[in-house]
Design a protein. Sequence first.
Length: 421
Amino acid sequence: MTIHSDTRRASAVSTASSSPPRRNRALRWIGASVLLVVAAAALVVLGGKGPNERATLDPTSASPEGAKALSTILEAEGVSVEIATGKDEARRLLNSEDSTLVMSSPLIPSDAAIENARELASNAALTVFVTADEKVLRDFALGEFSESAFDQPVSEPSTGDCRAYDFSGVGEIEAAVLFEPAEGATTCFTNDDGQAALLFAKVSGSGGSAHVAIIEASPLFDNAHLAENGNAALAFALLGNTDRVVWYQPSAADLEVDRAGTLAALTPTWVTPVMLLLVVTAIVAAVWRGRRFGPLVEERLPVTVRASETMHGRARLTAQTGDSAHAAAALRDGAVRRLGKRLGLSQRATPAQIAYAIPHEPALTQLLNGPLPANDAELASFARALGTILDRVDPLPPSEPTTPPVSTSDPTDHPDERPIQ
């Protein structure tokens, strides 16, 4: 008992001494993971747009997606290109003189952003959205995306319906996106079905002096495609009508202008009930399928299992399955080991060798080498025959008497006691 108690005490001490290092390692890994998540979130928030988005039609970018080549051509033709970062700087530049406002933001994410764009467009002679956006098409009454026409070569003849500007010298362009024009919108570079690659409309509230245009110019005006077809001529004819081009790029404050509302105000009304239903379902499933563990119970080691328990357990399994052959095989193996030990044979002795060593028991050969019983009746007969031979060849020692010894004392020695009748 003392040895086992000391062992358990030493094991508990070693376990307790090893727990803090494991806990410290786990805390270090958790802390490192949290720091990585926070750093990634900070990069996303502070970095704003990704590098590929920022390079799309950026007048200062020389990448294939940038528009530095177009900016250089405009300046070479006497058109000043001013880059305005944020709506305040763009408003200041537009109020000084007539200018063409270029908006290359890939999307207008909110109603407040549309109001900002409308305010800036009312101060410019022409506002050109060089990246198509569904919200811009709808709110400026320009039209909508065509679902059946894209990647088509189109041109603008001198006798076409486009009266806003003269694009007859542009030639053919490869329009990646075409639009279904709204009523009152001016169409340019149309196909046979009336779908247009360039749309014009008046800016409401400007008195008819300000116009807005939209074209998907990413595959037309970028550095990689500007020299193809009539792309450069179209870009100069569209943007070079004033002496100055204000190239607007939204700032972080412009993009966050519509984030003052709560999350509930920005999500559909059905989202909250569905989320609550999912939470309740998860709780019910956890209660339904969860296992209830009781208190921890200390178990003293080592655990000793008596051989009889194992024997009885195997016997019950064999009886439940009705496997007579398996039970007979177990009896045969036990008889082989017992007889081999009794005869002094090797542990590797075969049943045939053991049966040969006992010539006065001819039935033993059939019992040790013959087929196994197929049912319970044959199993009982097999066990009786084998047990009889074992009792003759290797009889068990006589067991000690279990009855109490008979008293030989005289009853008169104990007068208060009477003999049992």
